[in-house]
Design a protein around this ligand. Structure first.
Ligand code: ZN
Length: 404
């Protein structure tokens, strides 16, 4: 009888083991991994648009891509807020004042909602402040023109908590040239790359632990910067040229050089950076396609252009046509996969560019949708450890190497 009791006990043990194994396995489904991972997004443009227009991102909004409620639904832990001003400053006082205005607006949000947002600069601070209920806000300044070629203004932005500086936006400036201009899609240049002053800027950034962001910069500037930097760098919101050859994306050789530096490319979700099909559709519908819609509407007597109604109608039809060619989650996964196959899983992250995109991929409509990306990556066969790296671990490593 004793052998029977022992067998029963063993059987019970085995069943318990299997049931527990199943529960643990289930717990490790994409949602569980997603919530356990520290999700870092390295680029969001809601400050320069929505916040300056007076939108309150601390509550659920029906417009735009980002707000506190949707960040939390999306499982976002650390959000880099882009401080941005274009080629022409908003204020007559200039680019630097524009940057200060946006930084102040972020600090005001945090002061008003200390239960929802917290501010961090270095790795240790960010890591410590990651909290179930809060979004850790960090600052990325998008465009070297905002320091107005003045090292004291660079120092002042560092003192105000800048965690990364994108050496250029689309506009080249005194000390660095952009991808748009270097590729011939923008202004013609007399010289390309980083100047000696640009190298001084980078030296100061490295010393202060400010991450060098090479999204938007031209190839010459990219390689010049990699030669100078003593720390790992980021491409905070760029995708893969080989899959979608547009000037804002990184070529294989650049991604390999970035990996050698220990850096990370954070994939941009913008449909025109991730899908060749969408790029072609956009080119057509914003050119000949638009003209043909306009010509057809003008034939109809009821369509008289009163107060710009006709052009509004045309634009809305163009948008409708374009939305038929939108890429989805699969294309974002393809870009991540491509980088992983090229240089390994330690050099890719997420820099979606929400609130900076005129179109969004299907299934990734706003910041609440990140769990769907994790689900798709999991289906693709990524291990939990790899997912944690992609979702934020790799960027945290770069942050740590720059400023502990
Ligand atoms: Zn950008």
């Amino acid at each position: 009888m004793k052998w029977l009791q022992n067998s029963c006990r063993q059987l019970l043990g085995l069943t318990l083991f299997l049931v527990l194994g199943h529960i643990i396995g289930y717990g490790q489904s994409y949602n569980s991994v997603h919530r356990k991972a520290i999700l870092v997004d390295t680029h969001n443009d809601c400050l320069s648009g929505q916040v300056l227009e007076g939108r309150d991102i601390s509550r659920l909004l029906s417009i735009g891509h980002s707000d506190y409620v949707r960040w939390k639904r999306g499982g976002v832990d650390i959000q880099f807020f882009s401080v941005f001003t274009g080629e022409t400053p908003r204020k007559k006082e200039g680019f630097y004042q524009d940057a200060l205005q946006e930084i102040d607006s972020l600090h005001r949000i945090i002061l008003r909602h200390p239960d929802k947002f917290d501010f961090a600069t270095g790795y240790k601070q960010a890591r410590k402040k990651v909290h179930r209920n809060k979004i850790v806000a960090m600052i990325g300044v998008e465009g070297g023109h905002m320091i107005e070629s003045d090292l004291s203004k660079l120092d002042s932005l560092i003192a105000k908590g800048m965690s990364y500086l994108t050496l250029t936006w689309n506009n080249s400036h005194d000390w660095a040239t952009s991808a748009m201009d270097e590729s011939g899609a923008g202004k013609s240049l007399s010289a390309k790359g980083l100047t000696d002053f640009g190298k001084q800027v980078m030296k100061r950034m490295n010393e202060a632990g400010v991450i060098v962001d090479l999204s938007h910069v031209g190839e010459k500037t990219f390689y010049d910067a990699l030669e100078v930097t003593t720390k790992p760098v980021l491409l905070t919101h760029s995708s893969v040229w080989s899959l979608c050859p547009v000037f804002r994306n990184a070529k294989d050789q650049q991604i390999q050089a970035l990996a050698k530096n220990g850096g990370v490319i954070c994939i941009n979700f913008y449909p025109a950076f991730i899908s060749k099909t969408f790029v072609e559709a956009k080119k057509y519908w914003e050119g000949h396609g638009k003209d043909s819609i306009l010509a057809a509407l003008q034939q109809l007597p009821e369509y008289r252009d009163e107060a710009g109604l006709l052009s509004k109608q045309v634009n809305s039809l163009v948008q409708q046509e374009l939305s038929k060619s939108l890429p989805g989650i699969k294309e974002v996964v393809d870009h991540i996969d491509y980088v992983v196959k090229l240089v390994g899983v330690d050099h890719v992250g997420i820099g979606a560019d929400y609130d900076g995109m005129g179109f969004v991929p299907k299934g990734l409509e706003d910041v609440s949708t990140y769990p769907q990306l994790t689900a798709a990556l999991k289906r693709q066969g990524y291990s939990n450890q790899s997912l944690k790296k992609i979702l934020g671990g790799n960027v945290l490593r770069v942050l740590k190497a720059n400023r502990f």
